[in-house]
Design a protein around this ligand. Sequence first.
Ligand code: SAM
Length: 226
Amino acid sequence: MVSTPIGNLADITYRAVHILKNVGLIAAEDTRKSSILLQHYQISTPMRSYHSYNLQKETPRLIRLLKEGQSIALISDAGTPGISDPGYHLARACMEEGIRIVPIPGPAAFLTALIASGLPSHRFVFEGFLPQKKGRKTRIEQLAWEERTIVLYESPHRVLKTVGQLLEAMGDRRVVMARELTKKFEEFFHGTLSQLKNHLETKAVKGEIVLIIEGISKREKKNENK
Ligand code: SAM
């Protein structure tokens, strides 16, 4: 499982490049997207798609190849495979079949955002994407009681709705929106949920987004429970 950049192509380890050059096959989410990275590093290893829409069929195929002795690198569209992408399914299947998994660390959007957020990072909870429909309200209500810093992934066309719902459930808390990390238009918005909501109402945003929300304080929790 090989971590690759989340934007800036220079954010890859020597070990990752070496492995991608030397394995027999690369399983990638979107082979067209990953070919930009492979071309940049002159990697000519064959690629095959491993995506959420084909993982039922592809997981047993990859397992068979691995059992036949093939070495396979799994990469995702960006960052660390297995973090909010189908990598977990292959890791699980390998574990069940006794196939050794070698994790190659590197960038992940949630950690990159968290370390620069200025919000407490000694304890945090990574929630990935919120459910889009079923269970969304319940999840947000649960998160309202979370004491640890909360890290979410979000898409630009849903972010305003999400921020509005978080504000309603949590009250006005400190929040950081990290956008387009490591890319040309990298941007951090620091403020409160209501300020972020106003900001998003006046200016639609594009690109990839991580939201980091401060957890509920012990005092606030006590008051809410009264
Ligand atoms: N495996 C990836 C990782 O290690 O972070 C995450 C994959 S997930 C399918 C994609 C989501 O990650 C995006 O919708 C966005 O929320 C977040 N993301 C990925 N790259 C980002 C970037 N450069 N800046 C901000 N968020 C990013």
